[in-house]
Design a protein around this ligand. Sequence first.
Ligand code: DON
Length: 302
Amino acid sequence: MLELLEAIFDEVKPMLGEGKVADYIPALASVDPHQFGIAICDIEGHITSIGDADVPFSIQSISKVFNLVLAMNHYGEGMWERVGCEPSGLPFNSLVQLEYEDGIPRNPFINAGALVVSDMTQSRFASPHIGMRDFVRRLSCNDNIFANKVVADSEFEHRARNAAMAYLMKAYNNFENEVEDVLHSYFNNCALEMSCVDLARATNFLANRGYSKCADEQVLSPDQNRQVNALLATSGMYDEAGSFAFKVGLPGKSGVGGGVIAVVPGRFSICVFSPALNAVGNSHLGVAALTSLSKRINWSVY
Ligand code: DON
């Protein structure tokens, strides 16, 4: 496995420095773009890693996966009346579909969908972001995971676009709680800092029919786990989901902090970190490294 990661690192290294770190969240703009790390966690829980795989980074939209899992554990199939399971084909923070689709977001990974899911967990947890933090600590066997308050506050200060989506959904009766309370939870979840090793461990249940070896917990039923992987494959990479499926062929999820997680069902979970993003806001080297990985292991879900 280590040789595989070394070969991938050698292949993508010349691209370090290409792309641009997220600067629409001012607190993320100062991150060093020249970082790169990968960790793989097999279904026995063994980790192989290389580069900056132990460096904690802002997980941002990768948090949407964990929040969705928490909501699926507290709501039945009825939750899919409030959020869809179709790719949007639009940027993650787009508002346009929401109005002509009556306030029902296309999927749980675009911001509008993640906000509805956050509204669901807000109704079920006394302190949703603490519930979420404790959940990822359990899944990654690491009690040293925290939200970065500077990042969360910076996003809250620049919340206008996410607030607009949430208020529009409220106007369509698809939002139960106070918008500002849900945004506070959502931004704190996005501001959690985890390393590639943490995230490869924390997402391992997706490769293992819903069972987390680290937490010794059946996190999702095998059927629900299949649903989450299908959503990751069709919507996890936003308006790059199609070409990611074409080139990589694995369920995946990105965050503007530069992390990308991917799943090889039945085999392993992967996390790549490199903060410089491509034009659609996914990690430039993250996508390149996963493209190289899927070619080298000659495996895709399709
Ligand atoms: O809501 C936002 O804009 C961010 N907290 C999360 C965005 C994100 O990571 C999109 N993913 N690639």
